[in-house]
Design a binder for this molecule. Structure first.
Ligand code: CP
Length: 308
């Protein structure tokens, strides 16, 4: 049985992740599936950072599952400033039935979950972005009708999106090649654990500095912004470091002819990806964004059917 919370993809067992992805496909086919799952329940969104996809997809997911949602932005709560996380988590738990948090520091999501008495979902922290990875895996699964053995290339920054992506892919047997500049590799402990999980699942995880080596023969190529929220002061340095890591038409020539392109959005056209690639038939990016909704619904159904 899974933990009450979803702070990282690894909070899910393999069977639960398989189930969640299949359920998300069913949610996509039938908008009314699980329409009473959250009847009489309220979910709060406590966000320290801006969001379009995560916020709207969760709000719509809760409404389609019959619940009520309350959005609490940074000006409303001032998490850790106006009052400590401990008090916010305990008091909110008396009012609502589940909480989605978007925080700067991952330890704040952990503290929030430890203090809350209702399910807590991580809607992005500096370490991981598990809800994004659920949609990423769903997008690959619906395109290929399988995940095991797929070759996924990730090109760019070794960030929170990549961490959750490699954790999920490692559980499901995807073969992942990651190209980042040497100074921007993923977190070593996440990498080590994901490598072990990949070996166990029949997948693989390789790092390389050369984006061309990563993309060669790929079924799909994934990229993300070079300057994430909170890193604005490093912008000039980062743009220089990542210049050779743009996903463009020349790079994609090395991938399989029908290779798709993924991006968690928002995108910076002309930096990590060209506008032409974004708008090309190879781009699965808007489908991927849509899949946030279906993945969130499946996640809420999993958490609330167990804990509701
Ligand atoms: N991909 C993603 O998390 O988008 P938002 O920041 O708009 O939620």
């Amino acid at each position: 049985m899974m933990a009450q919370d979803l702070l990282t993809i690894t909070d899910l067992h393999r069977a639960e992740l398989d189930h969640l992805l299949k359920q998300a496909e069913r949610c996509k086919r039938s908008r009314t599936l699980g329409a009473r799952t959250l009847a009489g329940k309220t979910v709060a969104l406590v966000f320290q950072k801006p969001s379009m996809r995560t916020r709207v997809a969760f709000e719509v997911a809760v409404l389609q599952l019959g619940g009520t949602v309350i959005y609490l932005g940074q000006d409303d709560i001032q998490l850790g400033q106006r009052e400590p996380i401990n008090d916010v988590a305990r008091v909110l738990s008396r009012y609502v039935d589940g909480i989605v948090v978007r925080v700067f520091a991952h330890r704040d999501a952990e503290e929030f979950a430890a203090c809350a008495n209702v399910p807590v979902i991580n809607g992005l922290s500096d370490l991981v972005h598990p809800c994004q990875a659920l949609a990423d895996l769903l997008t690959l699964q619906e395109r290929f009708n399988r995940l095991k053995g797929l070759r996924l290339a990730y090109v760019g920054d070794g960030n929170n999106v990549l961490h959750s992506l490699i954790q999920g892919c490692a559980m499901l047997g995807v073969r992942v090649a990651v190209a980042t500049p040497a100074g921007y590799r993923p977190d070593p402990s996440i990498w080590k654990a994901a490598s072990a999980a990949a070996r166990a699942s029949g997948g693989s995880l390789e790092w390389m500095a050369d984006p061309r080596a990563a993309v060669r023969g790929a079924d799909a190529v994934y990229t993300d912004v070079w300057v994430s929220m909170g890193q604005e002061a490093q912008r000039v340095k980062r743009l220089a470091a990542f210049r050779a890591y743009q996903v463009n038409a020349a790079l994609l020539k090395l991938a399989k002819p029908r290779c798709g392109v993924l991006h968690c959005l928002p995108a910076h056209r002309g930096e990590e990806i060209t506008g032409a690639v974004m708008e090309s038939p190879r781009s699965w990016i808007v489908d991927q964004a849509e899949n946030r909704l279906h993945a969130h619904k499946a996640l809420l159904m999993l958490l609330f059917n167990k804990h509701g």
